[in-house]
Write a protein that binds this ligand. Structure first.
Ligand code: SAH
Ligand code: SF4
Length: 375
């Protein structure tokens, strides 16, 4: 609440999280012309402005009115670190409390930002340290897009025509994006909107462990790229690793995936994410079974060697085991990449985002994913 001292005022609308149609509606509702939406969105998202006074093409009267009823409230950057390999990590305090981490992985012309959708996660995958810590809350659309906004602000001013610090966004941070559907869709709309970040739909990727009804709904409202966290080639094993599989088994997941891809109408492939765990799902027979399973799914494979954390007994497979798995998949005709570890020296390597809703002193237990291979 921004007006906690004044009971007579209602809470201000945070314009940061409004996609184009909601921003237009906002201006219509206050008796203004729709085109104001474009002006204000460009100030917010192109220029990182959070003060209405800076919006010089908006009349003084409207600026004053906006300041009364609305706000632009993004996360506060608490920490900004850059690894020797260029990986950059921000710890951000969210507008509504809690902190999360966002990571940018530069790779030549490409800069991939890994974004969170929830604080924690309710799905409890056995290899995931976010899951092990339980679910705290959904992030608002403003808090999700705010991660892009705040990351880009740290590069400002920059020449928008020639510089693009963030070319790709992956919803692979903390949380299951499809369990925070409306907010994630609004935020991804902003990522792709020319009045905001103008990132191509091929370069905005939602990653899901397989919430099927939400995946079906996504196909009706969005055309972002898709990553499926599969991690196992059969239901028996997947039930163990991804408990959600008991509700939505592999066959249904793959059929919903194919359905989604065919709705895109542009021959895009899904990324199949497969976390390799020693002695659990990393054997040659698993690779062969996986190759068979995916035979009619347009996809590429991203292998993620497991990143250990203290509460887990799982181990990361040897380099040879990873290579052997990759070779079998490649020989079966799949484009198969291995996610490499980056940002070790700033604690931004390997694993997954763990926010600050728990004990900040247990730094060694925090893991962040690196996502080099999703384009
Ligand atoms: N909930 C979504 C998105 C966030 S998890 C999903 O599951 O797809 C994003 C990725 O982090 C998952 O694909 C998973 O492979 C990876 N991940 C989680 N824990 C990991 C660990 N301990 N080691 C390696 N990768 C991990
Ligand atoms: Fe949640 Fe994804 Fe972690 Fe599973 S892997 S617990 S779905 S964040």
């Amino acid at each position: 609440m921004s007006n906690s001292g004044d009971q007579s005022q209602t809470e201000k609308v945070n314009l940061l999280g409004l996609p184009r149609h909601k921003m237009e509606q906002f201006f219509v509702d206050i008796g203004e012309k729709k085109f104001r939406a474009g002006q204000v969105m460009k100030w917010i998202h192109h220029y990182g402005v959070d003060d209405f006074e800076a919006m010089t093409n908006v009349s003084k009267t409207l600026r004053a009115r906006l300041a009364e009823i609305a706000e632009i409230r993004g996360p506060e950057v608490l920490l900004d670190e850059t690894s020797s390999d260029g990986t950059r990590k921000w710890v951000m305090r969210m507008a509504e409390g809690n902190s999360i981490e966002a990571v940018l992985i530069p790779d030549g012309e490409r800069g991939t930002l890994c974004v969170s959708s929830q604080v924690g996660c309710s799905l409890d995958c056995s290899f995931c340290s976010t899951g092990k810590r339980g679910f705290n809350r959904n992030l608002s659309a403003a808090e999700i897009i705010g991660q892009v906004w705040a990351a880009l602000r740290t590069f400002m001013p920059f020449d928008r025509a020639n510089e693009r610090p963030v070319t790709n966004v992956v919803m692979m941070g903390m949380g299951e994006p499809l369990l925070n559907f409306d907010n994630v869709v609004d935020a991804m709309d902003l990522m792709m909107d020319d009045w905001a970040y103008g990132i191509s739909k091929r370069r905005v990727t939602v990653s899901t462990s397989g919430v099927i009804p939400a995946l079906e709904k996504l196909g009706e409202v969005s055309d972002v790229s898709l990553a499926i966290s599969l991690h196992a080639p059969n239901d028996e094993l997947r039930n163990e690793l991804v408990p959600l599989n008991r509700k939505y088994p592999i066959e249904r997941l793959l059929s919903a995936t194919k359905q989604y891809l065919s709705g895109l109408g542009d021959r895009r492939r899904a990324t199949i994410e497969y976390t390799l765990i020693e002695g659990v799902n990393d054997q040659p027979e698993h690779a062969r079974q996986l190759a068979e399973l995916l035979v009619d799914v347009p996809c590429k494979i991203n292998l993620i060697p497991f990143n250990p954390f203290p509460e887990s007994d799982y181990r990361r497979p040897s380099g040879n085991a990873v290579k052997r798995f990759q070779d079998i998949m490649n020989q079966a005709g799949y484009i198969t990449t291995v996610r490499t570890t980056r940002g070790d020296d700033i604690d931004a390597a390997c694993g997954q985002l763990v926010g600050q809703f728990e004990d900040r002193t247990r730094r060694s237990e925090r893991y962040i994913p690196v996502h080099q291979e999703v384009s």
